[in-house]
Design a protein around this ligand. Sequence first.
Ligand code: PDD
Length: 286
Amino acid sequence: MARVVYVNGRYLPYAEAGVHVEDRGFQFADSIYEVCEVKGGRLIDETRHMERLERSLGELRIVMPMSRAALGLVMREVVKRNRITTGLLYLQVTRGAAPRDFPFPEGDVTPTLVCLARRVDDAKREARAAQGIAVTTMPDVRWGRCDIKTVMLLPAVLAKEAAAEEGAQEAWLVDPQGFVTEGASSNAWIVDPSGTLVTRPTGNAILPGVTRRTLLDLLSRENIPIEERPFRVDEAERAREAFITSASGTVMPVVAINKVAIGDGRPGALTLRLRSIFHQVAETSL
Ligand code: PDD
């Protein structure tokens, strides 16, 4: 089946889709994105993704390309036209196309909107979760506004590549004080020896993950102790359990950090339990 992508008002086959060569997303990464899980053909945590999209756009003073309701219709249509049951929806908004110049273009420039959806092999992802992933730590060389979900992802690309070259599936980024900020494309969590979950508080240093937020709701419902505080790499290596959260993997166990086994080197019991009940609290759109 030919895949279809939404670009600026039209649903097009991939081969016919494209954006302007002077799009500011292409030239300056002057652009915001969102990734939303699709499960059972439904969008997961759509409201929180939309809220974050609006916030990110607002921080960069890019206008919403259309109303939230209209955007919701486009997202559903893309999922439907591509017949996605399990997968991801990707949404990108750029400031639009204009002759290359650093300041914001004058006048009304129409934002570029791209929306696409992709199938994910659920069996493969579950197999990965059953095994757990390895992470490698490296310096966080990103900018000072990591709370904005921009497509300025070159540091993440390089970090993931370096991790992959070491046989790891994610990179944990470390600030100059030695504290883990987050994963290259996920939030980082540990379970301390007393069973308390630890994750870094939100702020400019990390992306406020939607999965992170929903998991916090789950923890409060389950009365699981949680401390929002920074943690160091050596504390993480001594943790009872570790995991990452993201829309693409929900709760994904980490079994090794810098080749040091976490716990007994297998996915932690609490991590697996949280993974199995995560969708009980996540919002599922109709
Ligand atoms: N990544 N931190 C970073 C730097 C991220 O890129 C992501 C998401 C997260 C987790 O956020 P959420 O739970 O809202 O997905 C944290 C997406 C999935 C990606 O770039 O593919």
